[in-house]
Design a protein around this ligand. Structure first.
Ligand code: SAM
Length: 239
């Protein structure tokens, strides 16, 4: 469970909020049962439940250790917002695979219509999905989900990334080749919408420093491309 660092003492940790319901009613834990807590900053705490109350669970710290599930590289997955629940699937799988943050953006062929108000509402849901996936994957931090960016904002993020790559089925070097010659520790992966990128967008991304990469001879769905790209980077970096 991710716990507010302010509720982590040297000997005990207090769990509050929705996680108390999960402990009591879903997992039906008892005093003495083991629980792994995480401060969301890369440290895990092995604990044993001491007291279970209706609004809090107090755990006794047994051992403190670096979170094993946290990669040493930082990878941002930037995706042109796809239709339906594909983005939520990318958030969940991307968190399991080790993504550090997610940037949804709008590009020329993005099908869904987004306004800032609607996006903020959905963002709370997205952050819940990421938190649950991070707990399930024993991550040490909860990846960030940034507000929906427009194309120019996306380009400026790409310019400040260590190694930005734009997935482009119309050209680009094989991703495994780019990664073989790369020793960056921070990456930004840019993936287009169902209708793909306009050629102009690929040029602009390249001008901003993003390398166009191919993910192979087959045309992947947008959600598959995001996960395939992230997997390639994680495994090439030994994460
Ligand atoms: N232009 C594609 C077509 O002809 O059907 C549609 C775009 S594809 C469904 C969605 C996105 O996934 C693309 O914008 C690209 O970012 C990525 N993608 C899919 N297959 C890829 C590949 N083989 N190499 C690089 N990127 C790919």
């Amino acid at each position: 469970y991710f716990v507010d660092p302010d509720l982590i003492g040297s000997h005990t940790i207090t769990i509050v909020g929705d996680d108390v319901h999960h402990i009591r009613k879903v997992m039906r834990f008892r005093p003495g049962d083991p629980v792994i807590c995480c401060d969301g900053r890369g440290t895990d705490y092995v604990t044993a439940i001491d007291t279970i109350r209706t609004d809090e669970v107090v755990c006794r710290v047994v051992e403190k250790r670096p979170s094993a599930g946290e990669p040493r590289i930082s990878v941002t997955v930037a995706q042109s917002l796809p239709k339906g629940d594909k983005w939520e699937w990318v958030l969940q799988k991307g968190t399991e695979l080790g993504a550090t943050s997610f940037v949804p953006f709008v590009s020329a062929r993005t099908i869904v219509k987004w306004d800032a108000k609607k996006a903020e509402k959905r963002r709370e849901r997205w952050m819940r999905i990421v938190k649950e996936a991070a707990e399930q994957a024993h991550r040490g931090t909860i990846p960030e989900v940034m507000p929906v960016a427009d194309w120019q904002m996306l380009l400026s993020r790409a310019a400040s990334a260590g190694r930005a790559m734009i997935a482009y089925e119309g050209g680009g070097q094989p991703i495994q080749q780019v990664l073989a010659e790369d020793d960056h520790s921070s990456f930004m992966l840019i993936v287009g919408p169902e209708g793909g990128f306009e050629e102009r967008e690929v040029w602009e991304a390249e001008a901003a420093g993003a390398v166009p990469v191919s993910l192979g001879p087959r045309i992947l769905r947008t959600e598959t491309a995001a996960v395939a790209m992230l997997t390639a980077v994680m495994y090439a970096s030994g994460e």
